[in-house]
Structures are given as C-alpha cells and as structure tokens.
Design a protein around this ligand. Structure first.
Ligand SMILES: Cc1cc2nc3c(=O)[nH]c(=O)nc-3n(C[C@H](O)[C@H](O)[C@H](O)COP(=O)(O)OP(=O)(O)OC[C@H]3O[C@@H](n4cnc5c(N)ncnc54)[C@H](O)[C@@H]3O)c2cc1C
Length: 355
C-alpha cells in the first residue's frame, strides 16, 4: 500500500453511481442486478473482455443450459442482458483507485478518470506462470496457460501439463483429444485434485493416453518462437519438490521431448489497481470480504468497495458461484448507495457498508 497522494490533476471524464471492474461472469451478473436497480452501472472490461469463460468452448455446468453453452455465447448473452437494463459495458483497464475521499476516483490506464459512489471489484484471477528459462520467450509458441484455447494447435504432439490440482487434471484429460501422449508433471507425490478428476485421469492412464510423473518439476523449456517447443529439462526426486534439492545425489535431471507445455499451477487475483486503498487482501492477494450471514457479505473494509467472483474466491472459482457473488455484490452496493442517498438527504453524513 502506498501513502503517495494520487494525481488529482487528470480531468474527470464522468461520474457514475457504480463502477464494476471486470466483465466476467461476476461483473456482468452484478451489472444486471445493479442496472435493474436503476444505478446505470459502468462496467469496465479490463484486458480480458468477458473474462476467463471466453477461453472455453463448452460450459456444461452452468445452470439452465441442458445442452451446455459456449463460454463466449454465455458472456455475450449476459452483456446483452445487462445493457437491456441500462448498464454500459466499455473497454478500459483500471490502473488505480483513490479511496482517500468520496466519490472514489477510478483512474484508467489511458489517463482518463471516472468518479464513482461505489465500486464492485470483479476483476477475476490470472493464470500463474513458473518463471523458468524459456517460458516467457515461448509463451504463445508452444507454452500455454489454457489447454482449451491452445490444445488443438499441437495435434499429435507429446504434451506436458504442469500441476497437480483440478485445473491440471482437467487440462490433461482435455488434451488427450489432441495429444499423442499427455505427461503430467507434479512436484509432489499426491495430487490436490478432487477424486472426480483423479478418477477420470486414471482412466486415461489405464488407456495409455496419460502418463503421470510424480515428484517431478519443470526446470527449463527449450525451443524457439519459430519452431516452438523442442524439449524440456525436468528434475525428479522421490521425496518431492526436486527443484529445491538439485544438489542432492538422489535428484535426477533429464531432458524430455515434448511439443507443448501447459501450465496449470493456479491463479493470481487481479487486485493491483486497489493497492493504494485500504482494501484488505490475504497472503495470496485475494480480496477479503466480510462474508458470513446477512447483508454486506461482499463488503471489503473500505465502505463502498465490494468484491465478487474469482478475485475473492480462491476455492470454488466457478462461473455459477462467481455469478452468485456478483448478485450479492450488486445487492450490497444497492443498499450502500440507498443508505448514502438517505443520509445525504437527511444531512446525516455517509452511511456504512453493511446492515
Ligand atoms: C479455460 C477455462 C475453462 C473454464 N470452464 C469453466 C466451466 O466449464 N464451468 C465453470 O463454472 N467455470 C469454468 N471456468 C472458471 C470460470 O471461468 C471462472 O470461475 C469465472 O470466469 C470467474 O468469473 P469472474 O467474473 O470472477 O472473473 P473473470 O472471468 O476472471 O473476469 C475478470 C474480469 O476482470 C477484468 N479485469 C481484470 N483486471 C482489471 C482491471 N484492472 N480493470 C478492469 N477490469 C479488469 C478482466 O478483463 C475480466 O473481464 C473456466 C476457466 C477457464 C480458464
């Protein structure tokens, strides 16, 4: 958190009752509800309009679509629904929020500034990377954080998936559609994934489509942007976490031929733009909201700033749960704005965030 005063010189483009950071499922669900409450919310899309769900072709578990629906179609339907009720959805990345006075100043990467009486932070989470040599250079050229988006580009290649949680299992399972063999490198002995995914992956192991490499870590990716991934350097130690034990004689380092590498090692919440506020984050950077029962569950510890979706939720990270939190945030913001309006008309000062 910074004590630097924000630059107050930039001109204010517009004042809004409510600004929603993010046009993923959480932000758009919030926008639908807030628009129906006549708050005419402004949704700022960030650099991933529509959010993570635009990266997937089949969403089979979002309620109401027995045949499934594509991620982009679901998101576009929600945008249209939000606009129907009066929301504006616009391109733009929020650079910072100044919460030192009211209204909030929402400063955009372009230098534009909006003011807002309330903010819903629905800015999601971004895939993590490993920071190993070769990763940056080959990202998009054989290294990917999204199997659904990129798997088909590497048809008939051997592919490496790095990770041991649900995402890694799901990606490995999905990649068997395209890969010659999918290898899963996990730095520990046991997977963190749910039994459902472990069982599905095991079935593919039994069919010879997936091979599991336990206690194995990726050290380096070799190749070139022109020719893609050629091979990787891996380390294995039966006690786990081999990259921390490279000097031990039990640690084996070896080269391994694969044509693509998929990183499935979790997400980092997008909260940098709130760094100058007093909004609390946990040690992983996820927004901390009040939670519990009753109203105000999505309130952060800055009155008027609410959090919803994957930027808060490190556990469920599902479209339907993000939608539910978005709805709660809109209802909480509505109560806050109404209380503020009442307090202002009665001359009693600013309302607090929850009931
Ligand atoms: C490949 C893939 C497949 C998936 N499949 C499913 C599935 O089948 N079913 C399911 O339930 N879930 C699925 N998920 C998970 C689901 O997509 C997420 O749980 C959900 O998208 C979270 O929604 P969200 O609105 O919280 O965040 P996100 O979807 O991450 O959206 C965040 C939004 O915030 C914006 N943003 C970020 N920073 C800023 C900023 N500084 N200023 C302005 N805007 C900003 C981004 O541009 C984006 O628009 C999948 C995820 C992936 C990656």
């Amino acid at each position: 958190m910074s004590d630097e005063p924000a630059d107050q010189s930039a001109a204010v483009v517009e004042h809004r009752n409510l600004i929603v950071a993010g046009s993923g499922i959480a932000g758009l669900s919030a926008a639908i509800y807030a628009a129906r409450s006549n708050h005419e919310p402004l949704v700022l899309e960030g650099d991933e309009p529509g959010g993570q769900l635009t990266l997937t072709t089949d969403v089979e578990n979002y309620p109401g679509f027995p045949e499934g629906i594509s991620g982009p179609e679901l998101v576009n339907n929600m945008k249209e629904q939000a606009r129907t009720f009066g929301a504006d959805v616009e391109n733009g990345v929020i650079e910072s929020v100044d919460a030192s006075s009211r209204p909030f100043r929402v400063e955009m990467a372009t230098g534009d500034v909006y003011t807002a009486d309330a903010i819903i932070a629905a800015s999601g989470a971004s895939a993590r990377t490993l920071d190993v040599p070769g990763e940056d250079e080959l990202m998009g050229y054989g290294v990917s954080t999204c199997a659904t988006c990129d798997g088909a580009f590497f048809r008939d290649e051997d592919m490496l998936v790095v990770g041991g949680g649900d995402a890694a299992m799901e990606e490995a399972h999905f990649l068997t559609k395209f890969a010659d063999t999918v290898y899963v490198a996990h730095r520990r002995e046991n997977f963190r994934a749910e039994e459902y995914w472990i069982d599905r992956v095991q079935a593919k192991v039994d069919e010879g489509e997936i091979e599991i490499m336990k206690n194995t870590e990726l050290l380096e990716i070799h190749g070139s942007p022109e020719d893609g991934v050629d091979h990787v350097t891996l380390a294995r130690n039966e006690e786990g976490y081999p990259s921390e034990k490279l000097d031990e004689p039990e640690t084996e380092q070896f080269e391994f031929d694969v044509g693509a590498v998929f990183l499935a090692i979790g997400h980092t919440p997008n909260t940098e733009y709130l760094a100058d506020t007093d909004v609390e984050t946990d040690e992983e950077g996820y927004l901390v909201t009040k939670g519990g029962d009753g109203g105000g569950q999505t309130a952060t510890d800055v009155p008027g700033i609410f959090g919803a979706g994957d930027v808060v939720d490190y556990h469920y990270q599902q479209a339907a749960t993000a939608a539910g939190m978005g709805v709660k945030a809109a209802l909480d913001a509505d109560a806050y704005l109404e209380d503020n309006a009442t307090a202002a008309s009665e001359g009693t000062g600013e309302a607090v965030a929850d009931d």
